[in-house]
Ligand binder design. Structure first.
Ligand code: NAD
Ligand code: UDP
Ligand code: UDP
Length: 320
């Protein structure tokens, strides 16, 4: 059924893929973004689409529009970006959630929150099931993001209880793919860009820390399925790829796939950097009938292609 769908953070990495999928499914898409980390370039190819509208707006301010469904993704997501202006990060997570929940309440429509595995902090339970309450430092350099996202979850569940809203929360684990920001410091984009430029590959810490990497198309599929669940399915539901890699293994795989001569160099581990992260996706399997299909190797090839093209354009335009 045709719907008018609001995507906040729609000009970002995940948001732009989501907008694309929703347009392909025949919906009208209102993409709202303040372009803090997202760029117009991520959605340039959609601008001529008759069902696509782009609105520059900051979700910390109220938004009065008429839509049938809301995906709330607006929030810087990488440590470099969310620590750049930490007060603004908390405001975006918390005030953005309040405003979008207020909008969903007035319109009596579904709203889905893009939460994060960071709500588990540096986890002491492995892999992380949804029932785990997490191990989060409330006053560290990651807290603006972790606690902001935790508070947003609290708001979602209080609106659900207080106003009986069909609201939903997914907890997204590390996701990668084309349109990741080249300078956002995340491990996949860093390694791929470093390997393509033939520069040093920077491993923070001993490289034994683990992450589980989900390809963007798999992730978007899970978000769409979550939105389509019955009104009383609120989550939270973990979505991510449960195949775990050490950061050193990732570095070696990127070097191999790029065919790069890059050398590995070792740098200090940032504070509060989680040791291990891997989603327990039993609930996603059961409720959404979903599991990731794309292996890291295949997803990395597509991501490397994207960055190869991007670096070519940047070099041509003389910009980094
Ligand atoms: P991104 O930085 O590419 O996208 C975020 C978008 O939100 C950007 O386009 C940015 O300009 C916009 N934005 C930021 N503050 C805003 C504000 N105040 N008002 C309006 N727009 C604003 O990051 P992403 O990886 O696409 O992440 C999207 C969402 O998914 C975020 O909420 C993030 O917390 C969540 N998430 C992502 C990952 C991941 O691995 N990519 C993991 C967990 C959670
Ligand atoms: N809001 C919005 N768009 C709407 C409705 C509400 O941006 O269409 C914002 C508004 O700024 C409000 C917030 O959402 O402060 C929370 O709305 P809610 O109705 O839950 O709370 P209240 O207005 O009672 O504070
Ligand atoms: N990391 C790294 N080198 C880099 C960038 C990141 O070794 O150039 C490490 C980082 O310390 C962390 C892991 O890779 O242990 C994942 O980092 P990212 O910022 O991508 O995601 P998050 O820590 O939020 O999961």
């Amino acid at each position: 059924m045709y719907k008018r769908i609001l995507v906040t953070g729609g000009a970002g990495f995940l948001g732009s893929h989501l907008c694309e999928r929703l347009l392909e499914a025949g919906h009208d898409v209102l993409c709202v973004d303040n372009f803090f980390t997202g760029t117009r370039r991520n959605v340039t190819h959609l601008l001529d689409h008759k069902s696509f509208e782009l609105l520059r707006h900051d979700v910390t301010f109220p938004l009065y529009v008429e839509v049938d469904e809301i995906y709330n993704l607006a929030c810087p997501a990488s440590p470099i970006h969310y620590q750049h202006d930490p007060v603004q990060t908390t405001k975006t997570a918390v005030l953005g959630a309040i405003n979008m929940l207020g909008l969903a309440k007035r319109l009596k429509v579904r709203i889905l929150q893009a939460s994060t595995s960071e709500v588990y902090g540096d986890p002491t339970v492995h892999p992380q099931p949804e029932e785990y309450w997490g191990n989060v430092n409330p006053v560290g350099s990651r807290s603006c993001y972790d606690e902001g996202k935790r508070c947003a979850e609290t708001l979602f569940f209080d609106y659900i209880r207080q106003h009986r809203m069909p609201a939903k929360v997914v907890r997204i684990f590390n996701t990668y793919g084309p349109r990741m920001h080249p300078n956002d410091g995340r491990v996949v984009s860093n390694f791929v860009v470093q390997a393509l430029k033939g520069g040093d590959i920077t491993i923070y810490g001993d490289g034994d820390q683990t992450r589980s990497f989900c390809y963007v198309d798999d992730l978007i599929e899970a978000m769409l399925r979550m939105m389509a669940t019955p009104a009383d399915q609120h989550g939270p539901i973990n979505i991510g790829n449960p195949v775990e890699f050490t950061i050193l293994e990732l570095a070696q795989l990127v070097i191999e796939l790029v065919g790069s001569r890059s050398k590995i160099v070792w740098k200090p581990l940032p504070s509060d950097d989680p040791r291990q992260r891997k989603p327990d996706i039993s609930k996603a399997r059961e409720v959404l009938g979903w599991e990731p299909k794309c292996a890291l190797r295949d997803g990395l090839v597509k991501t490397i292609d994207y960055f190869d093209g991007l670096l070519g354009v940047s070099a041509h335009e003389g910009v980094e």
